[in-house]
Design a protein around this ligand. Structure first.
Ligand code: FE2
Length: 352
């Protein structure tokens, strides 16, 4: 009798287990942890949503503006994937041994070799150019030509730029060093500093605002801001007041800034991290990236965003396809500290 009761209790238990809702039995959604120096969650969020929908995983992100490499050093396994606006930071992180090596045919076939780390620790997920914005009402494109021309006396008191110590300018000035050599690079940086209209302050868009307000006639900024300002009602006048010139088109070309993605050395989630990276390298992922950030894709099969393809038209750049002065990231990363030191030494950011 007792055995019979135990038997039926066991059967009931089994039935209860089978009958319970599936959700109670499936494992909780996997979590992909991301760290990024992209400050605006709005830019990345649609892409993260798209990946969540296709993978069923949940993506959680830590956002930070500066100090990404130091954060990776102090908390190396806090995230599975690291996304940055400044690919040289991932080159530095890779050199410090903070990134894992991945092996992916999808990535190596989708992203051209020049946009991949030769050591397979990160790849460039998009890029933009750092160009000259000029006042349409006061400057003719024919008056402009190159970065070095901005050091000429004719631009005295007419240039606006964000602080020289900001990552974007460190990346630009580091490429001056790598491409032109130290002496010429320093002369250009010092020449620009001598020609500034005001103390370097604010972000890139505020330099376009400076042009709109008549405080300066030219500024150094990234290409995508023109498209972003044009779609932000209160900034549209800043976009309307300015046009973009790709410098050095008759010479070595315009410098680009790359954004990138890499995998940390955190364990246990590397398959999911790679799944995300492969999606970002795919045509679909790249189209989402280009739409979200208004950058150029390293994939030749991804079209240039229509708002970017018109930039440079005044100088005859066809469909946004500008000549690029390509500096490998490894060559730039080595310049970063030297540039930071030089910018401080000449008082680039001092009050004016
Ligand atoms: Fe930016």
């Amino acid at each position: 009798m007792r055995n019979k009761l135990l038997f039926w209790a066991w059967v009931l238990g089994l039935v209860a287990t089978w009958a319970s809702p599936a959700s109670a039995q499936t494992a909780p959604a996997r979590e992909l942890r991301l760290i990024t120096d992209r400050t605006d969650q709005g830019v990345l969020r649609p892409m993260l949503d798209a990946f969540e929908a296709r993978s069923g995983a949940k993506v959680t992100a830590v956002f930070m503006d500066q100090g990404l490499v130091a954060r990776l050093e102090s908390r190396p396994t806090e995230a599975d994937v690291v996304i940055t606006k400044d690919a040289e930071l991932l080159e530095i992180a890779a050199q410090k041994g903070l990134l894992a090596t991945f092996n992916s045919k999808t990535i190596s076939e989708g992203i051209p070799a020049s946009f991949r780390d030769p050591g397979n620790r990160y790849f460039v997920d998009a890029y933009r150019a750092r160009v000259i914005y000029y006042a349409k009402a006061r400057v003719k494109p024919s008056e402009l030509s190159s970065y070095e021309d901005l050091a000429a006396p004719k631009w005295k008191g007419r240039i606006c730029i964000r602080p020289g110590g900001h990552d974007y300018n460190l990346a630009l000035f580091g490429q001056f060093m790598a491409s032109y050599g130290e002496a010429k690079a320093k002369a250009i940086i010092q020449g620009i500093a001598a020609n500034l209209a005001r103390t370097p302050k604010g972000n890139d868009r505020e330099q376009a605002k400076g042009i709109f307000e008549g405080k300066c006639d030219v500024a150094l900024m990234n290409t995508y801001y023109h498209a972003m300002m044009a779609y932000t009602p209160e900034q549209k006048p800043w976009a309307d007041a300015t046009a973009v010139l790709y410098p050095n088109q008759a010479g070595k070309g315009t410098f680009i800034m790359r954004s990138a993605i890499g995998m940390t050395k955190a364990q246990g989630n590397q398959d999911l991290a790679l799944q995300f990276m492969e999606w970002l390298a795919s045509q679909e992922g790249q189209e989402a990236m280009v739409r979200a950030t208004r950058q150029f894709s390293p994939r030749p099969d991804v079209e240039i965003h229509p708002l970017l393809s018109t930039l440079g038209a005044e100088q005859g750049v066809p469909g946004g396809r500008f000549k690029m002065d390509f500096v490998p990231l490894a060559a730039m990363a080595g310049q970063r500290e030297a540039v930071l030191k030089y910018v401080a030494e000449i008082g680039f950011d001092k009050e004016r």
